[in-house]
Design a protein around this ligand. Structure first.
Ligand SMILES: [Zn+2]
Length: 277
């Protein structure tokens, strides 16, 4: 969505927040960042892309990374950011972070953070804060979300072009929402069927009344109020299992294609640079 490195860092930042204790796809999860070993596991899973060396992890760095996580979580939960409080937290993280121009992993020049020190936590803080700063100054903080799944408080970073990502990857949040939406529709249909004559009469008297009526009656399926997650699911999630699979497949193919293109152009660039030497 932005550049390869920023995207990657935002994903790593969301992953960091998701190491906290909380509900993941209706399953309670423990804090995954309480020991140096766990920190090393988190870092190893992101190496070598993130250039956050697991060898730098120790007790002192763990505590600082936990603090970073807590601050990032505060910023995330305030998104979309419309007030100064989360920005102040971001500025705390940016304190002492410098800037230099360097080639990113795709070969393009870009502004790169210079951490306050070479300590692991400082290096992580510099890249995470800089990536979030991109979102803030471009008014894209709405991309920092919480999963819409019921019983799920995993954070997600939406890097899709049309801002369509609603669910995490932890369990089956998307599917569960789809099933719930499907059942709600079925129930609404049953209601229409069982109260069809009344609905007909009501529709005949005033359709406007229908639109404005705030009360939940059996007159019309229109008045069955879906929850926010259901609404989102109805809009965003295709209405059959196969359609869900097809949509996911299309999304994945598109993402893979974009990634391939980016890699290709990066390779080409490198070749050209070599040729010039
Ligand atoms: Zn979820």
């Amino acid at each position: 969505m932005f550049d390869v490195d920023t995207d990657r860092t935002l994903v790593a930042a969301a992953d960091l927040v998701n190491t906290s204790a909380g509900l993941r796809s209706a399953t309670p999860g423990l804090d995954q960042l309480t020991t140096v070993t766990q920190l090393k596991e988190y870092l190893s899973a992101r190496a070598p892309d993130m250039r956050w060396p697991p060898s730098g992890a120790d007790r002192a760095q763990l505590e600082k990374v936990q603090d970073l996580r807590e601050k990032v979580q505060r910023i995330w939960s305030a998104a979309p950011i419309e007030s100064d409080a989360p920005v102040r937290v971001l500025n705390e993280l940016l304190h002492g972070v410098g800037l230099r121009v360097a080639r990113g992993s795709d070969g393009d020049y870009r502004a790169e953070p210079v951490p306050a020190s070479k300590d692991l936590a400082d290096v992580m803080t510099a890249s995470v804060a800089t990536a979030i700063q991109h979102l803030v100054v471009r008014d894209e903080t709405a991309r920092m979300r919480t999963c819409k799944g019921e019983g799920c408080d995993a954070v997600i970073i939406d890097l899709t072009r049309n801002r369509s990502r609603l669910f995490c990857d932890f369990g089956n949040c998307a599917n569960r929402a789809h099933v719930r939406a499907y059942r709600a529709r079925q129930a609404a249909q049953r209601r229409t069927f069982s109260s069809a004559p009344e609905a007909h009469v009501a529709a005949g008297t005033s359709t406007r009344h229908h639109m404005d009526a705030p009360t939940d009656t059996l007159e019309s399926p229109r008045l069955v109020k879906p929850s926010a997650a259901e609404k989102a699911a109805q809009i965003e999630v295709p209405t059959s299992q196969s359609a869900v699979a097809a949509k996911e497949f299309r999304d994945r193919m598109r993402d893979e294609l974009m990634e391939k293109r980016q890699k290709k152009s990066a390779k080409k660039l490198k070749k050209e640079k070599k040729a010039k030497k």
